[in-house]
Design a protein around this ligand. Structure first.
Ligand code: PFF
Length: 446
């Protein structure tokens, strides 16, 4: 067991770190390809509904749970229900974030390779053969993706080992404002490209016929969970380092609005450019790694814009990886004699080992296909679309029903406020009902 528990230096630092957790590959790489595959504008509307009616109430609940326990994810359940099986809900978060980190670090590694390639110019030399060939050769190489994954994990471990204030809070204070600046700059630049209006229309003018496709709903729900970073105890863990004075409604809203705006502005950096250069927005997970470099090559100033974009992707990924690593590290520090350095080393090495098959899933292991998807793709889809929403239901039920009404409301700083009741009923009924409806519908059970 640890001695005195660490804390954030300030409320401001907490908000930046939590936005850092929420804003990541999910807002840039995943949002753009999932929105692209699912028709743009109409998808955006369902996504926003999922954020407001499902994701947001769970963010508040996770924060309330974490702050009152002021322990790791498991303690958040254990302390208020000693001896009950609810502690397994905490373990779902600990194991889930470990698993997400194992494949997330692979994609972050791809982004790092592209950043370094863009800066050194190697990336542009590859253009002759087309970026499709370049990307496929890279991800099918037996060793290279593993090496880049390791580099990203090593950076993440270094920050987490530094501690809550001097590691996590410090890096987020620097990177998050920079990221906001980068993404707004890129979107402004994209808006100046001739033909970019089609990208704005794609994102904001809904094609209503898309609403008839049932896959769109599950894709939007999964994307809302993944992008907010909810369900995996990240907010529980980060909120456990909060001081009592911090106000959950204010900070929670800042995180939700920040994450959503970031995804939309990133979309405004990507789609207008994709349309201006006649590329296909439905390229799938390869959008950021094949379509976009092609576009950077064609655009004036692309040798600068390209590395800037990949720097954005790497920095956003790093701050999310830090949060994913912190969840299991906090548990190990809380439950064993290992200190922060020891816990970070053990967990970091284990994540790396577990992630190797994902890194190789386009090369040596490309023969392994589950439901028509490669390993990494399959784990990502299963975790985002099923594990995160189901873990979300556990949090809804625990805070909404297992806690009594006044405990829940005061833990979330919502006692005596009319929004408190709205929050509670979103948590008790609306969010679980929407999750179940979408899950059943997507499996064809309805
Ligand atoms: N929210 C992060 C992103 O958008 O990339 C990813 C993430 C972080 C997912 C934390 C899940 C999580 F628990």
């Amino acid at each position: 067991m640890s001695g005195k528990r660490e804390q954030w230096a300030s409320g401001h630092g907490f908000v930046l770190a939590t936005i850092g957790a929420a804003v990541g590959l999910g807002n840039i790489w995943r949002f753009s390809y999932v929105a692209g595959e699912n028709g743009g504008g109409a998808f955006l509307i369902i996504y926003l509904l999922c954020v407001v009616f499902v994701g947001a109430s769970i963010v508040f609940a996770e924060m309330a749970l974490g702050r009152q326990a002021s322990g790791d994810a498991v303690a958040a359940f254990e302390n208020s229900s000693p001896g009950s099986r609810w502690r397994y809900a905490g373990w779902v978060g600990v194991i889930g974030s470990f698993l997400i980190l194992s494949y997330y670090s692979v994609i972050a590694g791809w982004a790092l390779k592209y950043l370094v390639g863009g800066l050194t110019g190697i990336l542009w030399l590859a253009a002759g053969e087309g970026f499709g060939g370049y990307f496929n050769r890279f991800i099918s190489n037996p060793g290279e993706p593993v090496a880049w994954q390791m580099a990203m994990l090593a950076a993440t471990m270094f920050v987490v080992a530094g501690g809550v204030q001097r590691g996590i809070e410090a890096i987020n204070r620097i990177l998050m404002p920079l990221l906001a600046l980068f993404v707004v700059g890129l979107a402004a630049y994209a808006a100046t490209l001739p033909g970019s209006g089609a990208g704005w229309r794609f994102l904001f003018v809904p094609d209503w016929s898309v609403l008839l496709q049932r896959e769109v709903y599950i894709a939007a729900l999964g994307q809302a969970f993944f992008s907010l970073g909810v369900g995996m105890a990240v907010f529980i863990t980060y909120a456990s380092y909060m001081t009592r004075e911090t106000r959950i409604p204010l900070f929670g809203s800042a995180i939700i609005v920040g994450d959503t705006l970031f995804a939309i502005v990133a979309g405004l950096a990507i789609f207008p450019a994709v349309f201006a250069f006649g590329m296909n927005p439905e390229a799938g997970p390869q959008l950021a790694f094949i379509t976009l470099p092609q576009m950077f090559l064609a655009m004036p100033g692309g040798e600068f814009v390209g590395p800037l974009f990949f720097a954005l992707l790497v920095a956003a990924a790093l701050t999310s990886m830090i949060s994913l690593l912190e969840v299991p590290v906090a548990s190990v520090v809380h439950r064993t004699r290992l200190n922060r350095w020891g816990a970070t080393t053990v967990i970091g090495v284990a994540v790396f080992a577990v992630g190797i098959p994902s890194a190789m899933s386009f090369g040596l292991l490309s023969g392994i296909q589950i439901s028509g998807r490669g390993l990494l793709d399959f784990i990502d889809q299963t975790v985002s679309n099923y594990v995160l929403p189901l873990a979300g239901i556990l949090i809804c039920v625990y805070v909404g029903w297992r806690w009594d009404r006044s405990t829940a409301l005061s833990a979330a700083d919502l006692a005596g406020k009319s929004v408190g009741l709205i929050w509670l009923w979103l948590l008790r009924l609306v969010a679980p009902a929407m999750i179940l409806l979408i899950l059943f519908d997507s499996t064809g059970a309805l």
